[in-house]
Structure formats: structure tokens, C-alpha cells
Design a protein around this ligand. Structure first.
Ligand SMILES: Nc1ncnc2c1ncn2[C@@H]1O[C@H](COP(=O)(O)OP(=O)(O)O)[C@@H](O)[C@H]1O
Ligand SMILES: [Mg+2]
Length: 225
């Protein structure tokens, strides 16, 4: 269970101050697929980044399975991020000169897992994402759809309980975008929580719930049927 508690985020100061999030409260159940929707600038990425502990809130906290993220020390938080959270971004954030295997194994390297286990685990997820033939290929030689699947394999390799995706289909054509959405649906069906930012209403429909942000506040929450 994710509990978002009185969360606010303010950027800048004085005249140039921007309230990106304004006193948000919300709970997200384990194993749900939630789509965060809303206009550009409504605060979607800021909320996702704070849930993912990539940014600090100005006020409030995020509690995940009873743990308050922003009460942890930065070392504890880094460890938590690595083990419990998986990230997928619009622009992939992969290491282009590294192989698929090296990219997918990266979180395991950071977690201090030995080489054999790293490679076995990474290969397991590379296979799950249908990239076997690309295992030793440099990421820069892959198509957009393949890159996003590498990013998803990397997000899953540590068996995190929560996957956070910010516009994961934003740089993909329709067919590859659909593939990625289906993969995220399967991840949620396998009991992981998936939170996806999107402005594509078609993509949002596959989620269990949509949460709509407007000017840094939740204005709508719907269970999808
Ligand atoms: N690092 C930042 N510095 C200053 N303002 C920011 C920063 N990040 C986001 N903002 C502002 O906060 C608001 C919400 O942004 P964001 O969360 O990126 O919205 P969305 O993802 O819904 O498009 C916007 O007005 C944006 O300009
Ligand atoms: Mg955004």
C-alpha cells in the first residue's frame, strides 16, 4: 500500500514560485495499475518522481508498506529505491554504449550481487521481454521499442514491488506503444503495483484506475471498467 500524505511541492521562490503539488492525499493499493493523467504541467511527473523518491517533497511524506520514505537517511533511501522501485522513462535512460545484458544487470551490480547471479537474472528478464537475440548487442543499435523493453527488463530485474513509468510510450510508434502498455498490464497482473503517467487516454484505459491531476491537485479518481 502506498499512502501519499499531505504532499506539496513548491519550485522556486517569491515571484517565480510554482506550486507543482498542493496538499495531495491518496492511497494506492498493492498490485493495482494506476494511470496518472492530466494536462501538461499539472504535476504528474513531480508526483511520480516523489513517489519514486527521485525528488523530495516540500511538505508531507510518502509511506510505502509502512515505511516513510522521507524519514530515511539518503543511504537508506538509495538502497530502498534500488530494491523496491523500478523506473521506466519516456527517454529510456539507458547506457547506449553498453550491451543489453550490462544495462539490464546494472541494478544488480549496484545492489552488490555477484557476477554469475547478475548475468543469470538479467538473462531471465531479457528472455521474458523477448530480447534474447539482442543480449550482447549495444543498446545504441536497438530500435525505440526494443530500448523500452530493455528499460522494462532493467526495471524488473531486482524484483521490485512498484514500477513507475513516466510517459513510457511517449517516444514510440503506436504498435510499439501498445506492446509496452500490454507488458505493463502483465506486470500488474503479476501482483506488482504499476503507476504510469500518460496523456494518452487510450493508454490510460488499460489501467485499473485513473487519477487525474489539475494544477497540482487530484480532481478525479475513476475505477476503469
Ligand atoms: N525542476 C523544476 N523546477 C521548476 N519548476 C518545475 C520543475 N519541475 C517541474 N516544474 C513545474 O512544476 C509544474 C508541474 O510540472 P510536472 O510535474 O513536470 O507536470 P506534468 O508532468 O504534469 O507535465 C509545472 O509548472 C512545471 O513547470
Ligand atoms: Mg511530465
Amino acid at each position: 500500500m502506498i499512502k501519499i500524505k499531505n504532499l506539496s511541492k513548491v519550485f522556486g521562490q517569491g515571484e517565480s514560485q510554482i506550486i507543482a503539488l498542493h496538499q495531495i492525499d491518496c492511497e494506492i493499493e498493492e498490485g493495482k495499475f494506476v494511470a496518472l493523467i492530466g494536462k501538461s504541467g499539472s504535476g504528474k511527473s513531480t508526483l511520480l518522481n516523489i513517489i519514486g523518491a527521485l525528488e523530495k517533497p516540500s511538505e508531507g511524506d510518502v509511506e510505502i508498506d509502512g515505511v516513510n520514505l522521507f524519514s530515511m537517511t539518503s543511504n537508506e533511501l538509495a538502497d530502498y529505491r534500488n530494491k523496491k522501485l523500478g523506473y521506466v522513462f519516456q527517454s529510456f535512460y539507458l547506457e547506449p554504449e553498453f550491451s543489453v545484458l550490462e544495462n539490464v544487470a546494472m541494478p544488480l551490480l549496484i545492489a552488490g550481487v555477484n557476477k554469475k547471479t547478475r548475468e543469470d537474472k538479467a538473462k531471465e528478464y531479457i528472455e521474458k521481454l523477448g530480447l534474447n537475440t539482442k543480449t550482447n548487442e549495444k543498446v545504441k543499435n536497438l530500435s525505440g521499442g526494443q530500448k523500452q523493453r530493455v528499460a522494462i527488463a532493467r526495471a524488473l530485474v531486482n524484483d521490485p514491488s512498484i514500477i513507475l513509468a513516466d510517459e513510457p510510450t511517449g517516444n514510440l510508434d503506436t504498435a510499439n506503444g501498445q506492446d509496452v502498455i500490454k507488458i505493463l498490464r502483465e506486470i500488474a497482473d503479476n501482483k506488482k503495483t504499476v503507476i504510469m503517467v500518460t496523456h494518452n487516454m487510450q493508454d490510460a484505459k488499460i489501467a485499473d484506475e485513473t487519477i487525474e491531476l489539475q494544477d497540482g491537485k487530484i480532481v478525479n479518481r475513476n475505477i476503469n471498467v
